[in-house]
Design a protein around this ligand. Structure first.
Ligand code: ATR
Length: 291
């Protein structure tokens, strides 16, 4: 006999139904993404009737998909190359979206479509997990693309002392600094490389080096006067060559797994208004990379 007032936890055990809320990752490509595994594990863990899928789409489809998914009671994430168009598509943008000109998370609130760039909070949490409170730190930031912009904005919010930006194309580092209102703590290294004896509390790799198996290291850490810690935004199943390089030198290091997890946790909290089940998400991430 069916029980009356059965709690609505269909999503935790059953297949999607007419009541299931839909969340989607919008990008191109998306097939490699681990977010579906992480977020579906989170919905299952809290017993939400919701499903998270990945949709490969073109830029011109992004504004309509964001609005449609949000207004249908769901939401989602946005990844490369659509974060800028997403930032321009939401009704209400967080400071992180405005300063990074990138939106990676959207949801409906008070009838309006809201957007955040949870890479900023994700980076902050990953950095804190590695070195504790970064206030006062001297940071070397490698790269000047979208990931570097999120990292730089997060670092300024953490009251670091200085951020030197080394990028293959120094002009792009100068543009990043201009976009962050020429904060005096930011400096573009003119040669695109750090000086030989420079001393840093933490070095962040926000280039895409490490994504492909034969990439060179983003930086040989032995060339610095001091490398206090190394945080790689790139994530790979058996960690990245740069993290292995740092670890071999005795430099505390972490890859992008924690940032991936933490940005997903903040997104989940925007969607549901509830704390993210971090442990279930962590287990799903570890499991999905062992395929
Ligand atoms: P994302 O949005 O993920 O940051 P991106 O905007 O394409 O991606 O930025 C990639 C970053 O990696 C840039 O800083 C890029 O340097 P350039 O600005 O000079 O292009 C850096 N990068 C990519 N390939 C590189 C390589 N082979 N050597 C050094 N830096 C590289």
């Amino acid at each position: 006999m069916a029980r009356i007032n059965e709690p609505e936890i269909a999503g935790s055990t059953g297949a999607p139904s007419a009541r299931t809320r839909v969340y989607a990752l919008l990008g191109n490509p998306v097939a490699h993404s681990l977010s579906p595994e992480i977020q579906n594990a989170a919905f299952r863990a809290v017993g939400d009737d919701a499903v998270y899928v990945a949709l490969r789409c073109d830029a011109e489809e992004v504004p309509g998909l964001i609005r449609g998914l949000a207004r249908a009671g769901g939401g989602g994430n946005v990844t490369v190359p659509h974060k800028a168009v997403a930032a321009a598509s939401v009704d209400v943008a967080t400071d992180a979206v405005r300063h990074t000109q990138a939106c990676n998370t959207f949801w409906l609130e008070d009838g309006r479509v809201h957007g955040d760039n949870t890479d900023v909070a994700g980076f902050r949490e990953a950095l804190r997990a590695l070195i504790g409170d970064p206030a006062g730190a001297r940071v070397l930031l490698l790269g000047a693309g979208g990931a570097a912009r999120a990292a730089a904005y997060a670092l300024l919010g953490e009251n670091v002392d200085a951020v030197d930006i080394a990028n293959r194309t120094p002009e792009r580092a100068r543009r990043l600094i201009a976009a962050l209102e020429d904060d005096p703590r930011l400096r573009a290294l003119p040669s695109g490389e750090p000086e030989g004896d420079a001393r840093y509390d933490v070095i962040v790799n926000a280039t895409s080096l490490g994504l492909r198996p034969n990439d060179p290291l983003p930086l040989d850490l032995t060339k610095l006067g001091r490398a206090g810690a190394a945080l790689d935004i790139v994530y790979a199943p058996d960690t990245t060559p740069w993290v292995q390089h740092a670890t071999a030198l005795g430099v505390p290091a972490a890859d992008g797994a924690e940032m991936l997890l933490q940005q997903g946790a903040v997104a989940f909290e925007h969607w549901t208004g509830r704390p993210a089940p971090l442990q279930a998400m962590r287990v799903a991430l570890a499991r999905s990379t062992r395929h």
